[in-house]
Write a protein that binds this ligand. Structure first.
Ligand SMILES: [Zn+2]
Length: 372
C-alpha cells in the first residue's frame, strides 16, 4: 500500500506545531512564575536583610524562636559571631545573709564546638575560663553525659560569683537547654538549710547531686563536689577520686571499718594523707590534702570514726578533701562513690520551712540574667 507521503508530512507538521505551542506556553509560564518570585522576594532587599539580621543576632534572647533550626537554614547561615552577655551586675540582694554586696556575673550563650572553647571565647584564659567551664561541666554531669549529648547551639545561662584565689568560682544558677533531650535543665545554689552545707537544687527543690549517707560519708559538711572519678580535666587517666570542697578543719571520717595502712606518704603531692584497708569489702580508701591526721598506721578504725581534719596541703589549689576508693588488688581500679555498691547515697529536698526562701532565691538569680 502506498501511503501518500504528503499527508504523513502534514501530520508531522501539525504535531510539531502542537508541540511547539505547548512548549511555548510552558516556557512563558515558567518565565512569569520566575518573574513573580523575583519581584516578591528579591526586590525587597531591606526585608531580606532584616530577616538575616534577626537570625544572626538573636542568639541569646530569641533562643525560643531560633531553636531548633531546620537543617537547610543552618547551612545557609554563616558561622555566627558569638554574642554573649558578659556583664558584672551588682545588685541589692534580698536574701541578705548570703549575697549582699557581692558582684555577680552572668553569661548566656550557645555552645560552639565545645563547652570549654565557647566559654574561653567569652571569658579569657587569664580570667580562668577553663576552670569556669570545668565547673559548669561538673554541674551538668549530674543531668547528662556531656560528651555524648551536648550539641552545637545548645543554650546555656550561668550566674556566678568570683571567689578569692585564682580560678575560684561559685555558680549560683545554671540553665542548660538541650536539643537532644528537648528540655531545659536548671539548677540553683541554696545553702540556707544548713549553712556550710549548701547544694544545687532543681526548681522544684530536689538536690541534683547525690550525697553519701552520713554514717558512711568521709565528710559531712562541704559546699559542693567539685570533681568525680574520671574527670577529664585532671590528666590522661582522669581524676582518681571525688573532691569535696570544704573549709580547712572540717572533720574527716573513715567511710568503713578497717585498718590504717599508712599516713603522710608523698606529702608533696598528697599533702597530709591517710590510707585505710577494708579487706572485707575488697577496697582501700584514701583521704588526701588534710590539715591534721588523727590516726597511726596499724590502728583499726570503725566506719564513721573521725580520722583527720580536712585541709589544703600538697598539690591542692583550694581547700578540699580528695576521697578515693581503690580496688584492693588493683589500685588503678577506682570506684565512683555514687555507684559503688557498698556506699548508700540519697538526694536532699528543700524542707517546707525553707521552700519560700528557696523560691525567692531562684527569682533573685533569674533577675540577674534578665538585667544583663
Ligand atoms: Zn582530687
Amino acid at each position: 500500500m502506498d501511503i501518500p507521503t504528503s499527508s504523513l508530512c502534514n501530520q508531522n507538521i501539525e504535531k510539531k506545531n502542537k508541540f511547539s505551542l505547548q512548549y511555548g506556553f510552558v516556557f512563558l509560564f515558567i518565565i512569569s512564575v520566575g518573574l513573580n518570585i523575583h519581584f516578591l522576594y528579591f526586590d525587597k532587599p531591606v526585608e531580606v536583610a532584616s530577616l538575616k539580621l534577626g537570625v544572626e543576632t538573636g542568639l541569646p534572647q530569641n533562643i525560643e524562636k531560633s531553636l531548633p533550626e531546620p537543617e537547610a537554614l543552618k547551612k545557609e547561615i554563616p558561622e555566627p559571631v558569638l554574642k554573649a552577655v558578659v556583664q558584672p551586675v551588682s545588685y541589692v540582694a534580698s536574701s541578705a545573709e548570703t549575697l549582699e554586696g557581692k558582684t555577680v556575673h552572668s553569661l548566656s550563650f550557645k555552645v560552639r564546638s565545645s563547652l570549654n572553647r565557647t566559654v574561653c571565647k567569652i571569658v579569657t584564659r587569664e580570667n580562668g575560663c577553663a576552670a569556669l567551664a570545668a565547673h559548669m561541666g561538673r554541674l551538668m554531669a549530674w543531668f547528662v553525659d556531656i560528651k555524648k549529648s551536648m550539641r552545637n547551639d545548645d543554650y546555656l545561662e550561668v550566674v556566678y560569683q568570683r571567689l578569692e584565689g585564682p580560678e575560684q568560682f561559685k555558680i549560683l544558677k545554671l540553665s542548660y537547654k538541650s536539643q537532644l533531650f528537648g528540655k531545659t535543665f536548671e539548677t540553683f545554689y541554696f545553702d540556707a538549710i544548713d549553712p556550710g552545707s549548701g547544694g544545687y537544687f532543681d526548681s522544684e527543690g530536689t538536690e541534683i547531686a547525690q550525697r553519701i549517707i552520713e554514717a558512711q560519708s568521709p565528710i559531712r559538711k562541704y559546699t559542693e563536689i567539685t570533681s568525680l572519678p574520671g574527670d577529664f580535666r585532671k590528666g590522661m587517666g582522669g581524676h582518681s577520686g571525688t573532691d569535696f570542697k570544704a573549709k580547712v578543719g572540717t572533720p574527716i571520717y573513715s567511710g568503713f571499718s578497717g585498718k590504717v595502712t599508712r599516713v603522710n606518704w608523698n606529702v608533696r603531692a598528697n599533702g597530709y594523707c591517710v590510707e585505710i584497708d577494708h579487706p572485707k569489702l575488697g577496697i582501700k580508701t584514701l583521704y588526701l590534702h588534710l590539715s591534721r591526721v588523727k590516726v597511726k598506721p596499724g590502728q583499726t578504725v570503725k566506719g564513721g570514726q573521725q580520722i583527720a581534719d580536712s585541709g589544703n596541703t600538697g598539690r591542692s589549689f583550694a581547700p578540699h578533701l580528695h576521697y578515693e576508693i581503690q580496688k584492693r588488688k588493683n589500685k588503678k581500679r577506682i570506684y565512683n562513690p555514687f555507684t559503688f555498691k557498698h556506699h548508700k547515697s540519697y538526694t536532699r529536698k528543700i524542707p517546707s520551712q525553707h521552700y519560700q526562701a528557696f523560691q525567692d532565691t531562684i527569682k533573685l538569680y533569674n533577675s540577674v540574667i534578665k538585667e544583663s
